[in-house]
Design a protein around this ligand. Structure first.
Ligand code: C2E
Ligand code: MG
Ligand code: MG
Length: 576
């Protein structure tokens, strides 16, 4: 039989390829002439319908029961509109070889000759009933959205499953795109649900014209659609999709402008199960919304895994907080001029059941910039207040410094919560608690910091500026800050004896603190040599491994007892 396919194509390899595509395609292909009468069909068509070319030759598609699904006024109107276009797509119902009707997706491509006249049509009929056999007996409503005639979530889920298998078997890529119309709620409210409905079905028609072959457009919610793409997963396609959506839609003579946000995930790059792929596409769509809408965002599996790990780590930390795995260690602070212990700094540790004792650097980054910072901060304050109560009972009078994270200090309710915590430990004088605040935190939002610090001071709680010298604070700010102690950062102290620059910083900090009449304490004092140098510069308070390492509270009484016998350190007093 002579076909349009063989008579119009140029001879040679392209012809062979075109013929092979026609003969071996999975989808049924029907070639109709300029008037829509069948000229040729491929083997997939014969297999699907049980009809051979002789039986359908010269007939219209309706004659052998390929029928448009919905014959409402709007669909008829849309069909008429489609007839004006060269590429169109619609959902159909077709009679299969077993005499039953099944859902299909029909794409019609009008092919013109060099003079621009219609020469023939290429009609591709994709079988949407390729769903499990038991589902074929179910009603159409179960699988299709009533308003748009598109596959619904139920059918989509199954189609995704199949597409994954297909992509896996043929090593082909697959993209799932979640599409959500921006501000559709407002359109619905302003124009009414009736216009909203027409808008959605016209919108769906428009999008489906961009699809190719066995690509699928499904409606999964009010204004939420999903595209299952086998051919187009590049940025160019999604740019084109957004541009198409931006073009006005005319409903009842009114031009309506829409935009949408797209989230895309690509298989096998995102090697997940169908429902997870859908969730990832949704997640990416929300990112597109956050990024300002009318845009697309690709899901990033690596980034997602990192977020997942972070999430699990946070959950684990929450458990640690609730199951008493956290500990406060205490590091003494002494006055080198008289050998007296002036207080302790509370330092957090995590007694991890599997990993042992973890230092703050190993877990504080996990909760950085999360509400858990506040939870931990409150736990630390409460724990310190409890410790103060216990020591007080045992006759130990040692003020405790606790470290407060910047976000916690700058929070709105910081001073109120502190007041509540203090109230629940009425035997503890608020002056026994001092809050160590990073210099950088105080500088981050100086007004908020000043306000909260003033409120806490009104409660009787003092402040120390931690890691001083690392935060580039201006002298004006330093003068403003109501602090009772300046702690010179250990990084400068450590190398002050060997590094002239560090020595210069330590000298300047000590000079400044003296000028502003603020007490200062050197952190990281590891040797007597450091201690002597610091005293010579005028800094008398010290904390560091040379004096004591941070220790659990149970070790504190023994350390306090042994400290007076440390004659090397006590001889510093006599140097004065
Ligand atoms: P920081 O407040 O500056 O605490 C001093 C750190 O220096 C402590 O480390 C302490 O063990 C260490 N250190 C003390 N003396 C010496 C010394 O002579 N040599 C050396 N090399 N190190 C010394 P740690 O306990 O690992 O704490 C690190 C940081 O974690 C703290 O720095 C503080 O910023 C933060 N942190 C600790 N506990 C808490 C807490 O309860 N809450 C918050 N938000 N942060 C905390
Ligand atoms: Mg500190
Ligand atoms: Mg420090």
């Amino acid at each position: 039989m002579s076909t349009i396919l063989t008579s119009k194509t140029t001879p040679g390899a392209p012809l062979l390829r075109a013929e092979s595509a026609f003969n071996f395609a999975n989808e049924a292909i029907i070639i109709t002439d300029a008037n829509g009468c069948v000229a040729d069909v491929n083997p997939a068509f014969c297999e699907l319908t049980g009809l051979c070319l002789e039986e359908v030759y010269g007939q219209s598609l309706e004659a052998f029961s390929i029928l448009s699904l919905d014959d409402s006024r709007t669909t008829r109107f849309m069909r008429e509109q489609q007839q004006l276009r060269d590429r169109s797509k619609c959902q159909v119902s077709y009679r299969s070889h077993d005499g039953q009707f099944y859902p299909g997706m029909m794409s019609i491509n009008r092919v013109r000759n060099a003079q621009g006249q219609v020469d023939h049509h290429v009609v591709v009929l994709a079988d949407l009933s390729a769903i499990p056999a038991h589902a074929r007996h179910l009603k159409r409503e179960v699988f299709f959205d009533a308003l748009t005639g598109l596959p619904n979530l139920q059918l989509l889920t199954q189609l995704i499953q199949e597409s994954i298998q297909h992509a896996e078997a043929k090593q082909l890529p697959l993209a799932i795109c979640s599409l959500d119309i921006d501000h559709f709620q407002t359109v619905n409210e302003q124009l009414g649900a009736h216009v909203g409905d027409s808008l959605l079905s016209t919108f769906a028609q428009r999008i489906s014209h961009l699809l190719f072959g066995d690509d699928v457009l499904a409606r999964v919610g009010g204004d939420e659609f999903v595209l299952l793409l086998h051919h187009s997963d590049d940025e160019h396609f999604f740019e084109k999709l957004l541009a198409t959506i931006r073009k006005p839609l005319v409903i009842d003579g009114q031009s309506i402008y829409l935009t949408a946000s797209l989230g895309i995930t690509r298989y096998p790059n995102d090697h997940s199960q169908g429902d997870v792929l859908l969730r990832h596409a949704h997640q990416a769509m929300y990112r597109a919304k956050q990024r300002g809408r009318d845009t697309y965002h690709f899901f990033d599996p690596t980034q997602d895994r990192l977020l997942q790990v972070r999430h699990e780590q946070r959950q684990r930390f929450m458990d640690a907080l609730n199951h008493n795995e956290l500990r406060l260690f205490y590091q003494p602070q002494v006055d080198m001029a008289n050998g007296r212990v002036v207080g302790v700094e509370a330092l957090i540790r995590w007694q991890h059941p599997d990993e042992g004792l973890l230092s703050p650097a190993q877990f504080l980054p996990i909760i950085d910039a999360t509400p858990l910072e506040v939870d931990l901060g409150e736990w630390v304050i409460e724990q310190a207040l409890q410790q103060l109560t216990e020591w007080q009972k045992a006759g130990i009078v040692l003020p405790i410094n606790v470290n407060i994270s910047p976000a916690h200090l700058l929070g709105k309710e910081f001073s109120e919560r502190l007041a509540e915590l203090l109230a629940s430990y009425p035997t503890v004088a608020p002056a026994m608690l001092k809050l160590e605040v990073l210099e950088s935190a105080a500088m981050h939002d100086i007004q908020a910091a000043l306000k909260n610090m003033a409120r806490c001071q009104a409660l009787g709680v003092g402040f120390a500026i931690d890691d001083f010298g690392t935060g580039f604070s201006s002298l004006t700010h330093l003068r403003q800050l109501p602090v009772n102690l300046i702690k010179i950062d250990q990084s400068f102290v450590r190398d002050m004896l060997s590094d002239q620059d560090d020595m210069a910083i330590v000298e300047s900090v000590i000079y400044m603190a003296n000028r502003f009449k603020r007490p200062m304490l050197a952190e990281g004092v590891e040797t007597l040599a450091h201690a002597k140098a610091l005293m010579a510069l005028g800094c008398e308070l010290a904390q560091g491994y040379g004096i004591a390492r941070p220790m659990p509270p149970c070790d504190m009484p023994a350390w306090l007892e042994g400290w007076p016998q440390r004659s090397d350190w006590h001889s510093l007093a006599t140097l004065q």
